[in-house]
Design a protein around this ligand. Sequence first.
Ligand SMILES: *[C@@H]1O[C@H](CO)[C@@H](O)[C@H](O)[C@H]1NC(C)=O
Ligand SMILES: *[C@@H]1O[C@H](CO)[C@@H](O)[C@H](O)[C@H]1NC(C)=O
Ligand SMILES: *[C@@H]1O[C@H](CO)[C@@H](O)[C@H](O)[C@H]1NC(C)=O
Ligand SMILES: *[C@@H]1O[C@H](CO)[C@@H](O)[C@H](O)[C@H]1NC(C)=O
Ligand SMILES: *[C@@H]1O[C@H](CO)[C@@H](O)[C@H](O)[C@H]1NC(C)=O
Ligand SMILES: *[C@@H]1O[C@H](CO)[C@@H](O)[C@H](O)[C@H]1NC(C)=O
Ligand SMILES: *[C@@H]1O[C@H](CO)[C@@H](O)[C@H](O)[C@H]1NC(C)=O
Length: 514
Amino acid sequence: MARSHLFLLASIGLTTATDLSTLPALLKNISADIFPDLKGISQDIYAHPETSLQEFHAHDTVVDYFTTTKPGLWDVKPHVYNLPTAFQLDFVHKPAGYTGSEDEIPVVGIMAEYDALIGIGHACGHNHILLNGLAAASMARQALIALDIPGRIRILGTPDEENTGGKGLLRDAGAFDEVDMWMMAHPTSANAVQPMGARVDAQANFVGDTHADAVRTAYEALVLITDLGTTLPSGTTATPVEDVGMFAINVVSQKILLGIAGLSLQDVNATVGALLDSTYIGVNYTVAEDDEVEKGIAVTMEGPGGHASEGTKSPLRLSIETFRNLTNSGKQGISFFLPGNITATELDITISVRPRYTMDLDSLLKNVTSTITSKAKSITTDRPYPALEVLSTPGDRFINLMHDADHDSQTNWNFSTIAPAATDAGFVQDAVLDPSTKQVLSTFKAVFHPNFGICEPVAGAPCGFNHEPEFEQTAGTEYSYGRTEIVARALAQIAVELLDDKAFMREATKLVRK
Ligand SMILES: *[C@@H]1O[C@H](CO)[C@@H](O)[C@H](O)[C@H]1NC(C)=O
Ligand SMILES: *[C@@H]1O[C@H](CO)[C@@H](O)[C@H](O)[C@H]1NC(C)=O
Ligand SMILES: *[C@@H]1O[C@H](CO)[C@@H](O)[C@H](O)[C@H]1NC(C)=O
Ligand SMILES: *[C@@H]1O[C@H](CO)[C@@H](O)[C@H](O)[C@H]1NC(C)=O
Ligand SMILES: *[C@@H]1O[C@H](CO)[C@@H](O)[C@H](O)[C@H]1NC(C)=O
Ligand SMILES: *[C@@H]1O[C@H](CO)[C@@H](O)[C@H](O)[C@H]1NC(C)=O
Ligand SMILES: *[C@@H]1O[C@H](CO)[C@@H](O)[C@H](O)[C@H]1NC(C)=O
């Protein structure tokens, strides 16, 4: 028996019903058999990115595979809960002679996402969340049969994580009601069992009599938001994440264009050059004459960062600081324009408002909107995403598994308190916290959601942060698929243990509101 499993048994002081000592080896064998097909599905979804509730190819590919290619393994339900691209797969194993009712058989739910980002494909790696979900559930399913353990598994295909909060829509439709324990895993640039912040997107609209007026007003608002951001508590951000004028939620701008009229190329170059210090990691810029505007200079700023959760300074930040510097310089006759779009008099900016805790959403949003309300013509907000809190069970079990040799001895796995982004899995957990201690008092459902690194640790391997175009390349590497296989096997192991061990399941779901 693996030492980590003995540790678990000792720590909860109870024995399991079944000898699970062969489970890690069994899961490896099962994985060798089933993973290649499922990886093929993931690669297909990666090659056909679909956004926001339009994931028909992904939905149909999964449904077809389990109805036509591999029929009979799962009870396949397409288009569930009034969402055309949601699906549900159910499985139950009843040992021979089992006479109890099916409802008494323990159940674990696995969530699978498959939506992409507007314009930049699978730059959040949801092709891996689908693969992880299908693989973990399929491995656990076969293990239950092999070890003759009674158990039920449900896979829920959850549309549109990014924009409308697909899991919120599913929750409203009752999709999570029957299962207390839900799991998934999200690819990113580093390994951690960590919380996710709350989120609401404020979309602000700026109008001017002229193009230059509109740009100036929008940039004045960007300066105010930037300054507000520096006053926020740790783990909380309010960051403009879009290119000015663009309106695509959740796409990180790696290339920002700012036009400056009324200054020489040399002066513009010197201004931007002096601002670009070592706090802008990987950011560069070029300056060029812009023929659209007399004496216009186009500055192109490029680089990583700009994600709401990253502490690094982005190309957009350089653009904002350039505007601030020139506006405060006292030089007369300077105006600003958007190269390639010098006629637009209405500009939109999305501000990703992300407090660490759900309870601070309203207050932070109010602070953001009141900061720019005199500049904006209108400000609208989307559906707020609740934060996702970390519970030690089954997180501690997962970390132990990742440390062992069966899971590539990944000693860099641990709990972290950093909330790197938001997730709509917060709708499923819906945690209620003590306002002062921030202890989790209760949840709607138990949700386990580790974030796993898929960047190959070798020089030159693509390693973006989620939502940057480079992460789309990361999510297509052979290495990334290998990481997902390991995580899926660990989740399958935990699923079987939860189904087999009532005390473990009770501990993992103890805060679920009855
Ligand atoms: C895994 O497969 C190998 C090779 O077929 C076999 O020897 C071994 O017994 C299997 N292990 C389990 C736990 O099924
Ligand atoms: C120009 O700006 C408008 C208004 O923001 C936007 O809808 C349009 O897509 C922009 N065009 C280009 C080429 O960027
Ligand atoms: C801008 O300034 C940098 C030095 O800071 C110089 O290397 C570069 O050639 C300049 N660009 C132009 C277009 O003058
Ligand atoms: C500038 O940054 C972009 C984005 O990171 C990168 O693709 C490009 O190669 C860089 N250009 C230079 C000249 O370093
Ligand atoms: C503009 O930036 C330069 C270089 O960082 C700085 O020395 C100067 O004080 C700034 N000017 C204003 C008005 O902010
Ligand atoms: C909003 O601003 C008020 C006043 O500055 C401050 O007390 C409060 O903590 C802010 N809210 C958040 C969530 O930062
Ligand atoms: C993991 O986290 C725990 C608790 O925060 C800490 O005690 C431990 O030292 C950490 N281990 C590693 C390897 O970082």
